[in-house]
Design a protein around this ligand. Structure first.
Ligand code: BGC
Length: 262
């Protein structure tokens, strides 16, 4: 199908916005405008599908046969979404890929949003050529994570849901960018929360590199220099477009080759 293609389409579904673009696969960057619509209230499957159709039509690729990758904020295994932290609970244990394929009348590839961002940064960005363990986190409505070892993705790591031992609750409800907005925190106060989070993840995994993505990676100077870690921490090169680029890139890979056991 699409192996050897030079362009593919990426869609990144988030808790607040749905973004899409056409990706130049050799350059690993957008070759079109980046289209955005707000995520429909409640983020139920039918409404999200309609919004994705709208962004594809706006991009002029509603009928295109380019590979299409969709990044989604949930655990995604074999095309099924298995969790739903910031979207409707209808996505839990849902045949998401099939639902979108039926709804759009084409093949698609469904993937976790942070994993997609990690792939973009490894193939064409901040973690290109990085040896050992890279942990990319996206700081947005939630905290997403991608773990990549020597360039190979270990999917569905969900490090936004590590628990706060003393206070209880998810790391993401305490330290995501949405917590800063919701609680009107100063950059300094939010950075203290990030300090707890990244120190804890550093203790658990001893990574070689942290990459920080999500919309807030547009302002790395406001918080990254304040963090005291042993591990280098850098902003995502593709910022908020990493999810689009990675989803497109994975879709263009086509299905993984099956390796027979010997
Ligand atoms: C979800 C993850 C997702 C992250 C960022 C979390 O709440 O559980 O799957 O990657 O948000 O969107």
């Amino acid at each position: 199908m699409t192996r050897g293609a030079t362009q593919a389409i990426g869609v990144d579904i988030g808790g607040t916005g749905i973004k899409a673009g056409i990706v130049d696969l050799d350059q690993g960057k957008l070759s079109s405008d980046r289209i955005r619509v707000s995520t429909p209230e409640g983020a139920e499957p039918k409404a999200v599908l309609a919004a994705v159709r709208e962004v594809l039509d706006t991009l002029g690729v509603g009928d295109s046969d380019m590979a299409l990758g969709v990044a989604f904020p949930a655990i995604v295994k074999g095309g099924r979404t298995l969790s739903a932290a910031n979207v409707s609970k209808k996505w839990i244990d849902f045949e998401a890929e099939k639902f979108f394929e039926d709804g759009l009348g084409r093949d698609i590839h469904f993937v976790n949003d942070a994993d997609a961002a990690g792939i973009a940064e490894v193939r064409h960005g901040a973690a290109e050529g990085q040896a050992g363990l890279t942990i990319l986190t996206t700081l947005g409505t939630g905290i997403g994570s991608a773990m990549i070892y020597d360039g190979v993705l270990i999917p569905n790591s969900e490090l936004g849901h590590v628990q706060r031992a003393k206070h209880g609750g998810d790391a993401e409800s305490y330290a995501a960018y949405s917590a800063m907005e919701r609680e009107k925190l100063s950059w300094g106060d939010w950075t203290e929360r990030l300090q707890w989070y990244y120190s804890y993840i550093e203790f658990l995994f001893s990574p070689d590199l942290f990459v920080v993505g999500g919309g807030v990676s547009k302002h790395p100077e406001k918080f990254l220099p304040l963090l005291k870690l042993r591990t280098p921490i850098v902003p995502a090169v593709h910022r908020n477009s990493s999810g689009i680029i990675g989803a497109a890139s994975l879709a263009a890979d086509g299905p993984p080759a099956v390796v027979a056991a010997s």
